[in-house]
Ligand binder design. Sequence first.
Ligand code: PLP
Length: 472
Amino acid sequence: MDDETFRAWAHRAADWSVDYLAGVGERPVRAQVAPGEIFRQLPAAPPTEGEPMERIFSDLDRVVMPGMTHWQHPRFFAYFPANASPPSMVAEFVTAALAAQCMLWQTSPAATELETRVMDWLRQMIGLPEGFSGVIQDSASGATLAALLTARERALGFTGNAKGLAGGPVLRVYASAQVHSSVDKAVRIAGFGDANLVRIPVSGPLHGMDPDALDAAIRADREAGLTPAAIVACLGGTSIGACDPLEAVAAVARRHDVFFHVDAAWAGSAMICPEFRDLMRGAEAADSLVFNPHKWLFTHFDCSAHFVRDPKALTDTLGIRPPFLRTLGQDGFVDYNEWSIPLGRRFRALKLWFVIRSYGVEALRGMIRDHVAWARELAGIIAADPDFELTTAPILSLFTFRYAPAGADDLDALNARLVERINDDGRTYLTQTRHDGRFVIRFQVGQTTTTRADVMTAWAAVREIAAGLRAG
Ligand code: PLP
């Protein structure tokens, strides 16, 4: 492709993107295709000769788009958001043009130094004290794995990498059942073994882990000759937004000298609003904390902010310096590949820099405050509706509910059908979870372009579909 053709297609892609986002609210939120429908339209063999871009681009609309679920739809209330924004997209375009591999300081000094700077901006924005260093990871899962590997090495006096784990002590990790499955996965990959993830019971309105039960579990393990290695707390668990009492958990971690990691993947973004920071009190005592600007800070996936108190512990765990990565005379600068599991790294800091500068902190706060306010308002409406039950109160912008009309039996099955019908209908998109043994429907507000009217339109659609379900 020559320069002028590239220019024309880059403009066309920009126009397509603006038009797509302007009209995305008219599309069904969740893809409405059957399994295999897209695959069957794709030729089994690759083209031998190049095809005209015009044809490729028209196949984007004809073949691909019907199979897309629209995460940037203003009535996307499923899972957690993967929200984004125009400044982030512009930065992603530039990042794609640069196509830089930012694994070492030398392979793009600006990428490393911008990352250090914007991570410190983020640290200030969420109210973490000085003394934390930040790195952008590909995902919260990757950050939590890096944290648990560090915890493992710390518990083993940094000998696990050298000698392996065989014949070593049994290492234990403590978390409530409200943490995301990325913790289970990290426990497995880091070699702790599923059986050594100790579940601590939760209580209270925030469904947080009981610090006394945590303390007792650690004492019992020590007495049994096991080695407590890490506590993982959640600040905004995936299912219902559970928040562990970080201050009390931190005190237990300190008492027993156990590594303390906080997964704030979703809720961390809301900590830019000082009024929500009660939830994070105690996080300043953590060894590491992760949150995802790619969830709720208007920055494209992938962008996971990982803060660590002791970067040397992380680089002693993950850093490997083969001769082919030496940067003669420049070794020893921050080489972020040593902070992460993959070697290769995209220039992820650029989009954060664009977003934070373009909006400013106050506007970012305003959007998150709106989301929380609208979620609370709708939760109040649902609590007052005799046909519905608010099953968990809002934690920030997430709550759960279920349809419970008088006389209905098997509410689990009824609500499962309701979710299916809502998502087939397409006006909004909701997903489910289980809480206290019951099937409940999650509702979270966090999309960039969502308005209060979108929240209320979604609710009207849910009520209408629920009424039809009973009638039919
Ligand atoms: N932690 C929490 C609380 C989450 O909700 C999620 C994803 O929704 C994750 C971790 C995993 O995030 P990622 O996709 O960045 O690995």
